[in-house]
Design a protein around this ligand. Structure first.
Ligand code: GLY
Length: 357
């Protein structure tokens, strides 16, 4: 895999230079309504190429990462004369880079694309690593392929207009990467607040640069997720269950809030099973409690949460629930099958740590 990542706040100029280096092909922009309003004007002001490009705008939200939006993108590309040598520039969060990447990977059997993530979550996760796709048949990311962007441009210029919740949501994935890397990276993240009082964007830029390279190193070692890349599932077994339960209860929560809480559950199980240090667990739990809150989890929710965990597509079989765990910060073990009683005990400890019990 050969994905280039450029860290810069001169995003428009960088797009211009990249396109010139590709031989000045025609470019097409794919975006969604949110990014169209909040991010595209900034980018258009920096780049005449972006300002003049045919732009396809899909509706905002994960529910629109679907076959209809994909069909609209393919049609717009075809109708406006995109060819195999064209270049697609995806401007938006994870929904846009996922569906835009998939559209690019499949249109005329594949055209080059550049990702310009405009959310923290997109920059730190979806835009990097080549996972593309759409939701289908009621299932998330059911159809897709691995296809890396030619270049990902990481910047913080779009973050000033992001709501605090969205910044925190992205920051949870950064905490995950810090836990997978080493104590220094993790402590640096705990020492920074993405929201208070106004985030320091220079500091965030530095943290982001280190953090994205953690993900890139993992992905470069295991691009198609047969081994090490599964480490990136840390916090997601319980996290996805929290996220799905919240949707079922008509009180949806941002993905990163679910992941932050799921990280605490994963570290509790890591403590019980692998001797993960308790002081680090308490530090994370305190940070998550303060910034993300505990969520509304009662003992009555346990059976449904465990059922949701057992449906996770990353489990080796329907009866086993698989977690990524840590012996210590930076010392990961993937594919740990955890019995239901131990998950129940961990949820009790989670509630205790988060002041819910
Ligand atoms: N979001 C996890 C991965 O890219 O593998």
């Amino acid at each position: 895999m050969n994905q280039k990542i450029i860290y810069t706040n001169s995003v428009g100029e960088t797009v211009e230079n990249l396109v010139a280096a590709m031989g000045s092909p025609k470019i097409f922009v794919i975006t969604d309504r949110g990014a169209f309003v909040n991010a595209l004007p900034l980018l258009r002001a920096q780049s005449p190429l972006i300002a003049e490009a045919v732009t396809v705008t899909i509706e905002q939200g994960d529910e629109n990462k679907n076959i209809d939006s994909l069909g609209r993108i393919w049609k717009a590309l075809g109708d406006s004369g995109a060819t195999r040598s064209s270049v697609i520039v995806n401007v938006g969060g994870g929904v846009v880079t996922d569906i835009g990447g998939f559209a690019a990977a499949t249109f005329k059997r594949g055209v080059r694309f550049i990702n310009v993530p405009t959310t923290l979550l997109g920059a730190v996760d979806a835009a990097v690593g080549g996972k593309t796709g759409i939701n289908f048949n009621g299932l998330k990311n059911e159809v897709g392929c691995f296809a890396e962007a030619d270049t990902v441009i990481i910047s913080t210029i779009f973050f000033n207009t992001l709501p605090q919740q969205q910044l925190l949501s992205g920051y949870a994935e950064m905490l995950k990467h810090g836990l997978l890397e080493n104590s220094r990276a993790f402590s640096q993240l705990l020492g920074y607040s993405v929201v208070s009082p106004v985030f320091d964007s220079e500091r965030l830029f530095d943290l982001l640069r280190n953090n994205v390279s953690i993900k890139k190193n993992i992905v470069d070692n295991d691009p198609t997720e047969h081994g090490l890349r599964r480490a990136l599932n840390l916090g997601h077994t319980a996290g996805h269950a929290f996220e799905s339960l919240a949707i079922e209860q008509h009180t949806p929560i941002p993905h990163g809030y679910a992941v932050a809480r799921g990280l605490v559950v994963a570290l509790v199980i890591s403590r019980l099973r692998l001797g993960f240090p308790s002081d680090t667990l308490y530090q994370l739990a305190a940070y998550v409690k303060e910034n993300y809150g505990p969520g509304h989890i009662s003992c009555d929710d346990y059976p449904r949460l465990i059922e949701l965990m057992s449906h996770d597509k990353k489990n080796p079989s329907p009866d086993s629930i698989s977690f990524t765990l840590l012996h210590d910060v930076g010392d990961v073990e993937t594919g740990c099958i955890i019995p239901v009683e131990e998950i129940t005990a961990a949820l009790d400890i989670y509630r205790d740590l988060m002041g819910l019990a």
